[in-house]
Design a protein around this ligand. Sequence first.
Ligand SMILES: C[S@@+](CC[C@H](N)C(=O)[O-])C[C@H]1O[C@@H](n2cnc3c(N)ncnc32)[C@H](O)[C@@H]1O
Ligand SMILES: Nc1nc2[nH]cc(C(=O)O)c2c(=O)[nH]1
Ligand code: SF4
Ligand SMILES: [Mg+2]
Length: 210
Amino acid sequence: MKNEEVLEKVNKGVYLPLMEEFYTIQGEGFHKGTAAYFIRVGGCDVGCHWCDVKESWNAETHPPTAIEHIVDNAAKYSDTIVITGGEPLMWDMNPITKALKEKGLKTHIETSGAYTLSGEWDWICLSPKKNKLPEGRIYDEAHELKVIVYNKHDLIFAEEQAAKTNANCILYLQPEWSVRDKVVPMIVDYVMNNPKWKVSLQTHKYLNIP
Ligand SMILES: C[S@@+](CC[C@H](N)C(=O)[O-])C[C@H]1O[C@@H](n2cnc3c(N)ncnc32)[C@H](O)[C@@H]1O
Ligand SMILES: Nc1nc2[nH]cc(C(=O)O)c2c(=O)[nH]1
Ligand code: SF4
Ligand SMILES: [Mg+2]
């Protein structure tokens, strides 16, 4: 296929820049502890300085891959598929989620919400970032809000973001991994004083799994 044809397919979400895919245990948030197949799509320009997958940022380093291959493969492993990145909403998620749902699979997304919501989702984890705020209906659609806490100012940001979410949205504070020893006591204290919040940990990192 010609280069332009591939780019057109990526633009339509029929091909996606695939960084990696793996069967593991969801480590974070509401579904932590549940086996799931992860699809990590390349490309992100949000630029979180503490991002734990910076290798995902440059989409050009990840091969454009036909979604039917991704979906056929995912179906062999699990009935719960988590699409993450990178920032998956940089791409049109309608074709891949339609194909996953046609196979009866549950579709979950991990997103910053920095781009317009596309796709049909059973679970939306919204993890907003100050540098590129979410906009539009994602606050109404999110099932969980997961704010990363790097310092005490992030607790103020967390409240501002929580105020924009729907009433059923489950609220999580998750320590930024590199400063966990410092921020965990602060998060514990905050959650005990503000019990609408829950703690989320990156449990896969404690389990030494992907
Ligand atoms: C790598 S991101 C990819 C999806 C999307 N770009 C996002 O940020 O939601 C997956 C999840 O990991 C979180 N995350 C990334 N780096 C982290 C770190 N160093 N400590 C804790 N959580 C982190 C993000 O906030 C997000 O909830
Ligand atoms: N086990 C596991 N759980 C996760 N939950 C969200 C992740 C992500 O990077 O999006 C992630 C991840 O990378 N691994
Ligand atoms: S939005 Fe997500 S993938 Fe992008 S830099 Fe931030 S944590 Fe990393
Ligand atoms: Mg991760």
